[in-house]
Design a binder for this molecule. Structure first.
Ligand SMILES: Cc1cc2nc3c(=O)[nH]c(=O)nc-3n(C[C@H](O)[C@H](O)[C@H](O)COP(=O)(O)O)c2cc1C
Length: 480
């Protein structure tokens, strides 16, 4: 059964001892962030601050900050299950005869069952403020000392393509400038930015609605790297195996999840920019100030006893790492559909997801490792990966110790390093030009004669099975 809303998930976490309530008054300015940092780093629970200073609304952090909570949120035993389920739906339906057509019907029907459902009202409408709506009532966090102010860190930002009307929902942090204005930090490569660019071209305002706090599948979906024009709300419906209920906004022509805790409605004017940041980001560095569009709030609706969820990013591991690890697992089968030679992939937490990918492949022909690198550099948000390491299929990419050992031994830097140039994540700070620069591929596979390697590749050291069995058998005898 899908979670009805965020509070049902919170209740489950509490029942399982995975959420702790803090009754003491705690300051949303830095204090919550420091508590959160210590708790996340020791693998601790979600934190429910009942009494944030200056607000009557509670603030909940670290909801998804462990593999267990991520699995519970998406209601699976194993995150890999989701990708496998997804493939079932994506297998081509090309019925060649009547029987095949009939067979395909239940699949299409099941997909239709996940389409969002439009409802006339919902809990997010319990209170409606159209006259002087104010963000100041919420316990919005300042997370690091040199941040430019408070930031809304778990917003689900809804926009529609001004030409096609197709919806996008992305998680983009929002720098609070005053009670009714924020920055809109959608990076240039993201869906919201694409809609805004079109609106600017048309000389039109872009309407925006921001939902804060919904059920876990909806919240996760706003972070998922879906292909452009695939509706995140359909994807959330697929994840929760039940349609997302959407309700019309009050002042803009957009729909938001009816179960949301808080909804901010408003718009971004074309060509209006304001300095956004600095912000202590998930790279572990402050992201550089830059000009971003400005979000003007026209209406706030919320539940009477709204919960304000937030996340704190910083030096890894932080909560967002588990959201990103879910993405790694969920989308791997999809990537493998296009690149079946990929065996496994690890986006190491310390690589902050766009800095490093380690990929094992079933190498089949000369230059195969390079083909996989180039393919990944052309694939959705994987294209921003600064370093891609390719290893053979027998290497456990989830084991950094083995990966480093293989790189060290198998790589001739003169031959096996590939340097290319292209778009980079906006948070990349080492490149000369913002969002553009070098990327490196490391081919750490065994080299073949057909690749020009004429020496003999040495054998790996492995103990013989009979000796292992003998030692197993006699282990106690040795007195250990
Ligand atoms: C906690 C968190 C904060 C994020 N903040 C931003 C952000 O400020 N700007 C941005 O462009 N992407 C941000 N992202 C990544 C996007 O949510 C992600 O790339 C998503 O796929 C974007 O959706 P879109 O492809 O529909 O634009 C954030 C992700 C997480 C988990």
């Amino acid at each position: 059964m899908a979670y009805k809303d965020l509070r049902e998930f919170i209740a489950l976490l509490e029942k399982k001892g995975l959420l702790e309530r803090i009754k003491a008054e705690v300051d949303p300015i830095l204090e919550i962030a420091e508590i959160n940092d210590r708790i996340v780093k020791e693998g601790g629970p979600a934190l429910f601050f009942e009494n944030p200073k200056g607000s009557k609304f509670p603030c909940i952090v670290n909801l998804f900050g462990s593999y267990e909570r991520m699995r519970l949120g998406l209601e699976v035993e194993n995150l890999d299950e989701i990708g496998v389920r997804m493939l079932e739906f994506l297998e081509p339906v090309i019925p060649t005869n009547l029987i095949e057509k009939l067979k395909a019907l239940p699949k299409l029907k099941r997909l239709a069952d996940f389409l969002p459902k439009y409802v006339s009202s919902g809990p997010c409408k319990e209170l409606i403020y159209k006259n002087k709506p104010s963000l100041s009532v919420f316990p919005i966090l300042k997370t690091w000392p040199e941040d430019g102010g408070r930031f809304i860190t778990l917003p689900m930002v809804f926009t529609k393509d001004p030409e096609t009307g197709i919806r996008n929902c992305g998680m983009y942090r929002m720098h609070v400038y005053d009670e009714e204005t924020t920055g809109m930090h959608w990076h240039m490569h993201k869906g919201g930015a694409g809609h805004y660019r079109k609106a600017e071209r048309l000389g039109k305002r872009l309407e925006v609605a921001v939902a804060i706090g919904s059920d876990p599948a909806v919240m996760y979906s706003s972070t998922a790297p879906l292909p452009e024009d695939v509706d995140e709300m359909l994807f959330a419906g697929f994840l929760r195996k039940s349609p997302v209920e959407l309700v019309k906004c009050e002042t803009v022509d957009l729909e938001v999840p009816a179960n949301s805790e808080i909804v901010l409605e408003g718009y971004c004017e074309p060509h209006e920019r304001r300095i956004e940041g600095p912000f202590g980001d998930h790279t572990g560095y402050y992201s550089v100030q830059d000009e971003y569009p400005v979000f003007h709030v026209t209406c706030i609706t919320h539940r009477k006893d709204a919960l304000y969820p937030a996340t704190i990013v910083g030096k890894p591991p932080m909560e967002d790492c588990y959201l990103a690890k879910a993405t790694e697992r969920i989308f791997l089968p999809l990537i493998r559909k296009q690149l079946p030679e990929i065996v496994d992939m690890n986006l190491p937490i310390e690589g902050v997801f766009h800095n490093m990918a380690v990929v094992s492949i079933d190498k089949r022909y000369p230059g195969h490792a390079r083909r996989v690198m180039y393919a990944l550099w052309g694939l959705g948000q994987m294209s921003f990966t600064k370093m891609i390491v390719i290893v053979d299929k027998d290497v456990d990419v989830q084991n950094p110790s083995e990966v480093i050992w293989r790189i060290g031994n198998n790589v001739d830097p003169k031959r096996d390093i590939v340097i290319v140039e292209g778009p980079l994540d906006v948070l990349e700070h080492a490149s000369d030009i913002p969002a553009y620069g070098g990327k490196m591929g490391i081919d750490a596979t065994r080299k073949w004669k057909s690749e020009g390697f004429m020496r003999e590749w040495p054998k790996e050291i492995v103990m013989s099975e009979d000796i292992k069995r003998l030692v197993d058998k006699r282990w106690k005898e040795y007195g250990f």
